[in-house]
Design a protein around this ligand. Structure first.
Ligand SMILES: Cc1cc2nc3c(=O)[nH]c(=O)nc-3n(C[C@H](O)[C@H](O)[C@H](O)COP(=O)(O)OP(=O)(O)OC[C@H]3O[C@@H](n4cnc5c(N)ncnc54)[C@H](O)[C@@H]3O)c2cc1C
Length: 400
């Protein structure tokens, strides 16, 4: 394969991260993104421990990320009167460095836009593998052949459906729903957050860059959601029903949701696949191993992109070997991280009063001085459980 041409589907985090490594070595990369422009929505994402940091440093992004960090401090579990029950250290909720997903997305785009061909407002509709490559049909663009295709198109990956069939039931539901949005900072929070929980429902409110605003996250028990049930209006109805009669400031927050402009609504689940690739097509990031919340999706996508690029650059003539080495490295790292997505609903909204009591007791104990080190290990263990290879490649740099 000389100068391979790779199609990456999805301009989120995983796609541009991989593209930067490949174009850095002279590969030709096209990214097709279904949205008409970069999707810079989302709440904060964080990085923790030396594995994440090393990848960011090798990408040359560590300083830029630091400059954009949220500086969020402690978050507090509170009761209905707003009284602090437990103070959670910043490391638990915000890692070593945290930034808004949109800032990261923009940063990756800026770093890769000159070397990568970006096509917005389009998506593949069919993939057909031939001995010469993958013939791809698009919604808008004329059909085109690529040497390799990477599905970096998120939790509900269409590439995954095209590859393994639409009915593959790989998105497992964990019994909760989540609604995120930006609201006015009526609580006067500054570089901190609060979490209020009742059985089966909980709301987290954290300060944002703009001191006039906060990020709110409503987590509540509920069934999986169909593709047409995730609109902002459905989110308002679902939250109003789930939080009816809830205490503390919840009523005000629920009322505020009606005015929010960036409402995000999803069910909490995670992706479980028996393999990440087939033929010349491979899945990366949330498409391969994602979880809605709490599964370290962003750093995993960036570590995964680094590893996949390394394996492809090591054997450009043999994508099959590269894909299987990529999966052998990533699966043992990504799978345990999915436990976070399984547990996150129960953390924000334990299902029963005894469950709520136990959560508070557990975190009171874990955050006590004598257990400081143990707790630190617990919240960084999954992130650190990886031996990062060094492929020596260079990440795309924009022209001066
Ligand atoms: C708008 C948005 C907000 C998010 N907010 C948060 C958050 O607050 N907290 C958090 O932890 N995680 C959030 N995530 C998920 C987080 O970005 C991922 O878990 C993680 O960064 C892995 O990234 P990814 O690139 O694999 O997936 P994503 O970041 O989800 O990117 C996937 C990209 O693929 C595009 N796409 C989807 N289908 C197609 C298609 N058929 N053809 C072409 N393109 C397609 C999407 O538009 C998207 O740009 C959000 C994702 C998005 C898209």
């Amino acid at each position: 394969m000389t100068q391979p041409h790779v199609l990456i589907v999805g301009a989120g985090i995983a796609g541009p991260s991989l593209a930067g490594w490949l174009t850095g070595q002279g590969w030709r990369v096209t990214i097709v993104e279904r949205a008409r422009s970069l999707r810079t929505g989302g709440q904060a994402v964080d990085f923790r421990g030396p594995v994440h940091r090393t990848v960011l440093e090798r990408m040359g992004l560590w300083e830029a990320i630091h400059e954009r960090r949220t500086r969020l401090g402690k978050q507090t579990l509170i009761d209905a009167s707003g009284r602090a029950l437990v103070e959670l250290p910043a490391l638990m909720m915000s890692g070593d460095v945290e930034l808004h997903r949109g800032d990261l997305c923009q940063l990756l785009f800026e770093r890769t836009r000159e070397s990568v061909e970006y096509r917005f407002g389009d998506a593949p509709t069919a993939l057909c593998e031939t001995p010469a490559g993958v013939e791809v049909e698009f919604e808008h663009h004329a059909p085109q052949r690529f040497d390799l295709v990477v599905g970096a198109d998120g939790l509900r990956s269409n590439v995954r459906s095209l590859l393994f069939g639409k009915d593959t039931d790989c998105l497992k539901h964990h019994g909760y729903r989540v609604v995120g949005c930006t609201l006015p900072n009526a609580l006067g929070l500054k570089q901190r957050g609060v979490i209020y929980s009742e059985p089966g429902r909980g709301v987290s409110v954290t300060s944002a860059h703009d001191e006039e605003q906060v990020r709110a996250l409503f987590v509540f028990t509920g069934a999986p959601l169909g593709p047409h049930e995730r609109s902002p209006a459905s989110a308002c109805d679902a939250v109003s029903a789930a939080f009816a009669g809830a205490g503390w400031e919840t009523r005000r927050l629920v009322d505020g949701l009606r005015e929010a402009e960036d409402t995000y609504f999803d069910a909490i689940g995670s992706v479980h696949l028996s393999r990440y690739s087939q033929g010349r097509v491979v899945l990366l990031g949330d498409a391969a191993w994602g979880g809605t919340l709490g599964g370290q999706g962003t750093p995993l996508a960036m570590v995964g992109a680094y590893v996949l690029a390394g394996e492809l650059l090591a054997s450009p003539e043999s994508h099959a070997d590269a894909f299987s080495r990529f999966e052998a490295r990533m699966r043992p790292y990504a799978t345990p991280a999915q436990d976070g997505a399984k547990r996150v609903g129960g953390f924000f909204a334990p299902r029963s009063r005894p469950g709520l009591f136990l959560r508070n007791q557990l975190y009171r104990m874990l955050t006590s001085k004598p257990l400081e080190r143990v707790f630190e290990k617990l919240v960084t263990h999954a992130a650190n459980a990886f031996e990062l290879p060094d492929h020596g490649g260079g990440f795309a740099t924009p022209r001066a």
